[in-house]
Design a protein around this ligand. Structure first.
Ligand SMILES: [Zn+2]
Length: 97
């Protein structure tokens, strides 16, 4: 939806873009919805990686989420894992011998 400006489900062209989707953090603070957050004693909860924006179709109500960037995402291998689909299935799991 973000690139084509069309809904992939119904073909509708009337979309709403939510550039900043807010969520409540500690206290009265509102922060941008993101895929990663950091909690600090000094500054509370902060969005630290992959701020999200959304596009909604006014016709069928489909909502698509997009990360504005993934450059600042911290990959830890536990909560955030990289999946590389560029290798073939045979390379990923060799045949049993
Ligand atoms: Zn639609």
């Amino acid at each position: 939806m973000a690139r084509a400006h069309r809904c992939p489900a119904c073909g509708g062209a009337q979309l709403i873009r939510f550039c900043h989707v807010k969520e409540a953090a500690a206290g009265q603070q509102m922060i941008d919805l993101s895929l990663q957050k950091h909690r600090s004693v000094w500054s509370g909860v902060q969005a630290t990686g992959a701020r999200l924006e959304a596009h909604a179709c006014r016709s069928c109500m489909l909502v698509e989420w997009h990360a504005t960037t993934l450059a600042d995402v911290v990959v830890d291998g536990v909560e955030v894992i990289v999946i590389d689909g560029s290798t073939s299935a045979e390379e990923r799991s060799p045949p049993y011998r």
